[in-house]
Design a protein around this ligand. Sequence first.
Ligand SMILES: *Cc1c(COP(=O)(O)O)cnc(C)c1O
Length: 420
Amino acid sequence: MNHTTMTRQDCLALDGADALAPLRGQFALPHGAIYLDGNSLGARPRAALARGLQVIEQEWGNDLIRSWNKAGWFDLPARLGNKLAPLIGARENEVVITDSTSVNLFKLLAGALDLQAAAPDGARRKVILTERDNFPTDLYMAQGLAEWLDRGYRMRMADAPEDIAAAIDDETAVVMLTHVNYRTGHLHDMRALTTAAQAKGALVLWDLAHSAGAVPVDLNGCNADFAVGCTYKYLNGGPGAPAFAWIAPRHHARFRQPLSGWWSHATPFAMQPEFRPGEGIRRAMCGTQPIVSLAMVECGLDIFSQVGMEAVRAKSLALTDLFIALVESRCAGHGLALITPREHDRRGSHVSFTHPHGYAVMQALIARGVIGDYREPHVMRFGFTPLYTSHADVWDAVEHLRDILDTRDYHPDARQNAVT
Ligand SMILES: *Cc1c(COP(=O)(O)O)cnc(C)c1O
């Protein structure tokens, strides 16, 4: 399809032929809104309301403490981890849903450094290698852990994605990378970077916050070592829903982490004074989980179980291609600059443009019901979620953007909210 001669009618025709289009009906979206921020907070699955009522009214209200067994609360982190596993190329008993992405980064990084310390050349391997443009919490957690450990541990940052491979050396303990960059949407080559790191004796930790449910991921196929990620973004688990942690099974037996709470114990209810780590991925856990929030995650995963990630990816690329082409043809001359890679194999599922008044223009879009978000500096970010975004949504969003820019319908001095 030639995007420059495209019409809204063409977009509607694409929606008519889209096998994923009916899934939108499984989400509760406000009428008239075009939601392009599912990469930051996924939309609510309709089923979450009934599930929420059930967990609060029946399981908590009526069954009370019995629900740990009767409603399967205790097994929820592992059971939902198994449901998530196929989306990231993991197998049964390799994933738990627990804690936040930040906390999981801490536990898995600490565990990875500990594995390296026991290696023959461990005394030398004290660097966590990452990139300057990684998400801040990833950088802060790595810095905090290295400073806390002291003894020569430190974080090193590559300046650009293409500098990472060359920066891995015999001091590198762990390469910690976010698969899809939160700002630019740049997608790393997981297989190539994992292979390059392991060839130098390093372990690799992947943050899948903007990948899980957005792009196909094959952790085992790429021989990755560790992974973490969010469930409240593309997986539609609900605001602040617990995150996930994955550890390659070859590391399970020797993996240790410092937040060794009772949920990571081999027999939590034996109430023993000595810590003994549980089997397998349970070791990555710490304490009691927020069950109400955790229960919501299943509603999002149940929608993904109806589709394959290849179909999700094909539609994601179609939507992001369409958005880029329409913005560049219909909003030309307004100072927008694409910072997302054009190559399919380098692009995640969101698209970012910079504009000198990016924050103000995004506020104007949101006022019109086109909900994206803003990231420093000057970045307008638009997330495309194939389960509930249509081609006509893309058309309409670009029309609003064009109109706002053409008529200067924004306030350049708009004050920033706490959350942008
Ligand atoms: C969203 C995101 C996080 C969020 O971490 P929380 O602990 O849930 O606040 C972490 N890392 C990346 C790369 C993200 O995109």
